[in-house]
Design a protein around this ligand. Structure first.
Ligand code: HEM
Length: 213
């Protein structure tokens, strides 16, 4: 599995499939929010329209530019393009984290504190991971930069794993899975995604252990 993930094309395709549901959902909402045609169960987010719109726009940009950062040809042959998409990735990740925290503060949650605490912690962790990725590239430390970009992507898109399970349930029942059990599953999937990213970092860059994080 890790050999597979260390190869550029399967990695990019895998990430694109993994993030497809949250990215498409966010993209739909980019158009639904200004026109007011969003689903009824999202209507309470309209109490914080700017944070909500910024969040879905940033989520879509983050989910699209994230996999592009791992395309080797883009990095090596089109370095300028890699730097442009990289800046969009970092900027959208920062907006995603800040707007996520802002939504958390402004909107009454329908989930248990398990999810809300995770959102708060991972929102902050995303901002820190992006700052460390930027600091690493300023130091010209490519390995450390790559590791923090992967971590940032896994933290931000960690909800993708749970969407793969929750979204089909939502389509069939018309209701998102709710309650403590589903919230524990949600946070567990998020943490598992981050743990898998950490394993990928370590397996594909053995010398990372020697690089101070
Ligand atoms: C660390 C990362 C993230 C944090 C902390 C975060 C936080 C939040 C919070 C607090 C809400 C409001 C939830 C509610 O009360 O219902 C929310 C909603 C939402 N988020 Fe995120 N989010 C993150 C990542 C993402 C990503 C990567 C995407 C998309 C690619 C995304 C797309 C959405 C969408 C579409 C909604 C609206 C959901 C609805 O319609 O009910 N989020 N997020």
């Amino acid at each position: 599995m890790f050999r597979l993930f260390s190869r550029p094309l399967p990695l990019v395709l895998g990430l694109a499939v993994f993030s497809a549901i949250p990215v498409l959902n966010a993209l739909f909402q980019v158009f639904q929010i200004p026109s007011g045609s969003y689903p009824e169960d999202s209507a309470r987010l309209a109490l914080a329209p700017i944070a909500w719109f910024a969040h879905v726009l940033a989520g879509a940009a983050f989910g699209i530019t994230g996999p592009m950062q791992f395309v080797r040809a883009l990095r090596h042959r089109f370095g300028a393009l890699h730097r442009v998409t990289g800046r969009i990735f970092v900027l959208s990740g920062a907006v995603l984290g800040l707007s996520g925290l802002s939504l958390l503060a402004q909107v009454t949650s329908v989930r248990t504190p398990v999810v809300d605490i995770a959102r708060g912690l991972f929102g902050l962790a995303l901002l820190i991971a992006l700052a460390l990725a930027m600091a690493a590239i300023r130091d010209r430390d490519i390995l450390r930069h790559r590791a923090w970009v992967i971590r940032a992507y896994a933290i931000g898109m960690g909800l993708g794993a749970v969407a793969l399970v929750f979204f089909p349930i939502y389509v069939v029942t018309g209701q998102p899975p709710m309650g403590l059990a589903s919230d524990i599953l949600l946070v567990g999937s998020w943490v598992t995604t981050i743990a898998i990213a950490e394993m990928i970092i370590r397996r594909s860059s053995p010398s990372i252990a020697r690089v101070p994080a």
